[in-house]
Design a protein around this ligand. Sequence first.
Ligand code: I3S
Length: 130
Amino acid sequence: NPENPPIITLTLEKAGILNKTKVSENGKKVRKNWAQSWTVLHGGILTFHKDPRSTATGSSSRSNQIVPEFTVDLRGAVIGWAAKEKSSKKNVVELKSRNGADFLMQYDTESIIQDWYTVIMDTIKQLEPE
Ligand code: I3S
């Protein structure tokens, strides 16, 4: 019905601790730097925040909780289980953003990473044009 365009409501939200590293930026490979991140999915945007417990400078820890280290717009992003050669770690998910920033996300507990995989996949699908 053209008089009632669909209103897309992004209801999928999640937050938790994950291991992550950026692997490419603007389509160019960058050196891995695995670190624990407070990871938040809200409104179709995924943000990685430095774990305040892991920062050397205590003074910056408060702002780290507010200002993300990385922001990934999930519109047009692609998620998949990472191929063996991408990492020696287990349970690794690869997230490729539309702007050429790629990340690996990992957690030893399979159910934790499986839940993230599902919620990110469902969000990407919600953001796809009809
Ligand atoms: O894919 P790579 O380069 O073998 O990734 C490993 C390296 O980044 C390594 O760091 P340095 O090369 O800077 O020392 C990390 O410590 C490893 O964790 C990386 O591999 P995994 O397999 O853990 O993703």
